[in-house]
Design a protein around this ligand. Structure first.
Ligand code: MLT
Length: 250
């Protein structure tokens, strides 16, 4: 059976997939993106901000598949992770057995969004992660999650606070420069599952449904009581959707 790779969202790290990973019935891998995790933020080859791009991250995954002597992988990405899965589908389609796109989108950043990224990067550089964490955290979850799962919100806040500024700044550059993937959608020829949260403020469910419609044969699952971090807010429902999809993928 083809192993599954879990690609995390911004500004988190691979551990965000843990609750889903343990429930998924398949060999799995979850790695940190360059700059994420507990290091300095300067991953080898990514010492400069300009080295960060969605294309470079996708190349790393294609390389990893080769190093692991695998032909293909199932790739499951949330938000930024989803942008990288779309790039893998564009540049390395032969390496993708199936794709799962969670809380993500194919459209590029608007000018307003790019300006927002620049402002966030400037503030993080000047004042550190504590100056940006509240702005980020206030958009990540469904309203019910803030009310019913305050411990989760707190844990994710701590996760964000421990990310190195250099890595976050690099990833913001990759996010702002990412290409438009909308014209790719109709050309995808592998099984795709699209997972949306019903209260996602960053990648709203309606847009994700539209994205699913544009991908031939794609399945769409809406997760109730979930915002942008559906995999953490409702891991059982997300794992169930993934397992049902994977049952049809060798
Ligand atoms: C993410 O969760 O990876 C981010 O929301 C992506 C983005 O800001 O575009």
């Amino acid at each position: 059976m083809t192993p599954i790779f879990f690609l995390h969202g911004f500004p988190l790290e691979s551990i965000m997939w843990r609750p889903v990973e343990v429930a998924v019935k398949r060999k799995s891998f979850a790695m940190d993106f360059p700059g994420s995790g507990r290091g300095t933020g300067f991953s080898p080859g990514y010492e400069s901000v300009g080295a960060h791009s969605i294309a470079a991250y996708a190349r790393d995954y294609a390389g990893t598949i080769g190093v692991m002597m695998m032909q293909r992988g199932v790739f499951c990405g949330l938000s930024m992770g989803g942008y990288v899965v779309l790039e893998l589908l564009r540049s390395f389609p032969d390496k993708v057995r199936a794709a799962i796109l969670c809380n993500t989108k194919a459209t590029p950043d608007t000018w307003e969004a790019k300006n927002g990224r620049d402002a966030l990067a400037a503030r993080a550089r000047k004042e550190g992660m504590s100056a940006v964490v509240d702005e980020v955290i206030n958009r990540l979850f469904a309203k019910v999650t803030y009310q019913r799962q305050p411990d989760l919100v707190d844990a994710v806040k701590k996760l964000i606070l421990r990310q190195p500024v250099a890595g976050i700044v690099g990833q913001l550059h990759a996010l702002r420069e990412r290409p438009d993937a909308t014209s790719l959608l109709g050309q995808i020829r592998v099984p795709v599952l699209v997972i949306a949260g019903d209260d996602d403020q960053i990648t709203p469910a309606d847009g994700m449904k539209e994205m699913a419609r544009a991908i031939p044969g794609a399945e769409f699952v809406l997760i109730p009581d979930a915002g942008h971090l559906s995999a953490l807010e409702q891991p059982a429902a997300v794992a169930e959707a993934i397992n049902a999809f994977l049952a049809k993928v060798d």
